[in-house]
Design a protein around this ligand. Structure first.
Ligand code: NAP
Length: 249
């Protein structure tokens, strides 16, 4: 069997930039029609949409704050109405608001937990019925190695990313009988706008802690997403795949 996503329809939250953008483009490379959501970057999202269409696939770029449950339902309904079904959701939208616990504001805590964790509930729940009607689906939730190891200055982010792992395993246990698989990808240090804000010294330290000795590319996370989206992973559910150069082993 060859790895193909032809005939599949996918949704990537936060697909305008970084890892989400790379995922959306690679899903299209393998033959899927792809919808992306974004919060603010309308121009960047439209560019991703045009690039997907240039590959001969259908595309949508939808403004949708991932924290909003009603909007998640609208997005999924639009895809199912226009494309008949939704096979894959990649819950990728996420933010950081780093601070030491003693200095962390309630707002910093709430924003990160809501954006990174509630968003996963929103899209996974809203997709469950359409996927059940379609007799299957694949949910791929983007966590982080920080959700496994913890990280000083990122208690809000680490809690959200650890929460994603517990949520995904519970979801997999509830919905496997309906042929809906749910898995986690936990990236390590990947070059994007999000990590661009770290200073040079911190970056060097991260590289030193990574057995493969380098930062990862968004494209390398996208490779794992393609696998979990495809029928090549049909017997894998509730799994956490680290894409971290060995950082958290
Ligand atoms: P990024 O470059 O900052 O891009 C974040 C994406 O999420 C953007 O498309 C952004 O949309 C979208 N987004 C943010 N808040 C949103 C909201 N409320 N509603 C909808 N979309 C929203 O980040 P990244 O590095 O690609 O990270 C992507 C995911 O991978 C995140 O979940 C992150 O935690 C995870 N991750 C990243 C790394 C890393 O090293 N980079 C490591 C581990 C895990 P706009 O363009 O509209 O703002």
């Amino acid at each position: 069997m060859s790895l193909t996503l032809e005939g599949k329809t996918c949704l990537v939250t936060g697909g305008s930039r970084g890892i989400g953008r790379a995922i959306a483009l690679k899903l299209a490379d393998f033959g899927a029609d792809v919808a992306i959501t974004y919060a603010r970057s309308a121009d960047a999202a439209e560019e991703v949409k045009s690039e997907i269409e240039a590959k001969g696939r259908k595309a949508k770029a939808l403004q949708a704050d991932a924290v909003n449950y009603e909007r998640a339902e609208e997005v999924i309904n639009e895809i199912v109405n226009d494309w008949e079904k939704l096979d894959v959701i990649v819950n990728n939208a996420g933010i950081t608001k780093d601070n030491l616990i003693l200095r962390m504001s309630e707002e910093q805590w709430d924003d990160v937990i809501t954006t990174n964790l509630k968003s996963i509930f929103n899209y996974s729940k809203a997709a469950a019925k359409p996927m059940m009607r379609n007799r299957g689906g694949s949910i791929i939730n983007i966590s982080s190695v920080v959700g496994i190891t913890g990280n000083a200055g990122q208690s809000n982010y680490a809690a959200s990313k650890a929460g994603i792992i517990g949520f995904t395993k519970s979801y997999a246990k509830e919905l496997s009988s309906r042929n809906i698989r749910a898995n986690v990808i936990a990236p390590g240090y990947i070059l994007t706008d999000m990590t661009g804000e770290l200073d040079e010294k911190v970056l060097e330290g991260i590289k030193a802690e990574t057995p493969l000795g380098r930062a990862g590319e968004a494209d390398e996370v996208a490779d794992a997403v393609v696998f979990l989206s495809s029928d090549m992973s049909s017997y894998i559910t509730g799994e956490v795949i680290r894409v971290d150069g060995g950082m958290a082993m």
